[in-house]
Design a protein. Sequence first.
Length: 172
Amino acid sequence: MSGPRVREMTLADCDRVAEIRVRGWQSAYRGLMPQSYLDALSVTEDAERRRERFRQSDGSVVNLVAEQDGELLGWAAHGPYREDEVRTADAELYALYVDPGRYGASIGHALLQESVRRCTAAGHDRMYLWVLKGNTRARAFYERAGFRPDGTEEPFEVDGVPVPEVRYTRSL
């Protein structure tokens, strides 16, 4: 079995990316968000949103997928950091999801490394990301990769339940 190969996402990947994203939410956020919300997530609806965003992209957001032995197993997206919806010179990891059955198989690590490499090559000095405060697994993953919480928190609410996010940063 070979290691994961990271490449840019194509329109044809949208259905599988949506499945990974929805199953990722349902797995990673169990107990952190209302179960009724997680159960109601739709792969079909998410796939349509992925296709629409992909078609309307101006190229500022980079979508990457990870494949292993011909199977798409993870997705990451990065681009300019948004400060109150204004793009800055820093980079932001917007999303990173791995098929829940493949946690711990270096898929997420490969995606994160490639995002960091591309942001560094693009001349960004710093990379940010937001993670749910209670998502200890993800927080440990990002900390192992050199990201650190910078003390900034944002309120986030799902179906009336607070699920605050913390910001992480890493110099590139």
